[in-house]
Design a protein around this ligand. Structure first.
Ligand SMILES: C[S@@+](CC[C@H](N)C(=O)[O-])C[C@H]1O[C@@H](n2cnc3c(N)ncnc32)[C@H](O)[C@@H]1O
Length: 271
């Protein structure tokens, strides 16, 4: 706790400036998390308003809108918001995109549900940063509502020696017709407060050669479960449901590396 690690704000907007043009090509097919969040939204009423922190390109937002919910999406990357604006245009009037930092914004109203999908909170590197974001999530949540997010701390994924490249996905870029490959290299020093990941985005030649490469350096928080829960409790959340994947398997606290994700539902009590 009380890590004094500066949050590299420019680094995050820089990361997503590089990712924005190719984000949907790479991640459109990551459906298990989207299905999980949509299933969790079934407890809401049609027309209810959802606040999405780190809305990105609107990958999940579009699906919420198609199911009749209204959405306000907050993101600190203008490049990602621009993609979202284009993608969601046909739902005009039922969503709002706000360029803001999730640690410091106030929309002046409360939402039926607050979500931060696809590892967004992992970008919050210090206790102070997480605490501010969690306070904001609580502040914007209606009584009886849930704040749902997923996280990928180092204690789940296991440690990496940083010497190997893992293939995360390979997709076809419809604009260029080229295959695009995402490989990652996670560098995780023992007991380090953060992990550093290098993402290699490669546009491939038909023969498999690399036509173009973009390298992105991403920094993640390596938070302990108890610290995460303490920060949530400090923000006001009174009860938690914890899962170890997007299939809803309860989190295995005894064998952390068995979990594929940390999925948290933080409840705001009534009254
Ligand atoms: C991994 S992407 C997830 C995007 C989207 N939720 C999805 O499911 O595809 C993380 C997003 O969080 C945004 N983000 C990171 N730190 C942020 C902050 N402090 N405030 C607001 N947005 C932030 C990034 O710009 C990026 O769009």
């Amino acid at each position: 706790m009380n890590l004094d690690w500066p949050t590299p704000d420019d680094q995050i907007t820089g990361v997503y400036a590089k990712y924005a043009p190719i984000y949907d090509v790479l991640f459109e097919h990551s459906l298990s998390d989207a299905e999980y969040y949509l299933h969790a939204a079934e407890r809401l009423r049609p027309g209810d308003e959802i606040l999405e922190l780190g809305v990105g390109t609107g990958r999940l937002t579009e699906r919420y809108l198609e199911r009749g919910f209204r959405v306000v999406g907050v993101d600190s990357s203008r490049d990602m918001l621009e993609q979202a604006r284009r993608r969601l245009a046909r739902h005009a009037g039922r969503f709002e995109l706000v360029h803001a930092d999730m640690r410091e914004f106030d929309l002046g109203r409360r939402f039926a549900s607050v979500v931060a999908p696809f590892g967004t909170v992992a970008h919050l590197l210090t206790d102070a940063d997480r605490s501010r974001a969690f306070h904001n999530a609580y502040h914007h949540l209606a009584d009886g509502g849930e704040f749902i997010f997923d996280d990928l701390p180092g204690w789940i994924a296991g440690r990496s020696d940083g010497t190997s490249l893992d293939l995360r996905c390979e997709q076809r870029d419809p604009e260029t017709g080229r295959r695009v490959r995402l490989q990652t290299n996670l560098i995780d020093a023992a007991d380090a407060p953060v992990s550093v990941r290098y993402d290699f985005i490669d546009w491939l030649e038909p023969d498999g050669g690399v036509a173009r490469r973009v390298v992105v350096r991403v920094v993640f928080r390596n938070i302990a479960l108890d610290d995460e829960l303490a920060l949530l409790a400090g923000a006001g959340f009174s009860r938690f449901d914890l899962y170890g994947d997007f299939a809803g398997t309860p989190l295995d606290r005894a064998r952390p590396s068995e979990n594929r994700r940390l999925v948290v539902h933080g409840h705001r009590g009534r009254g």
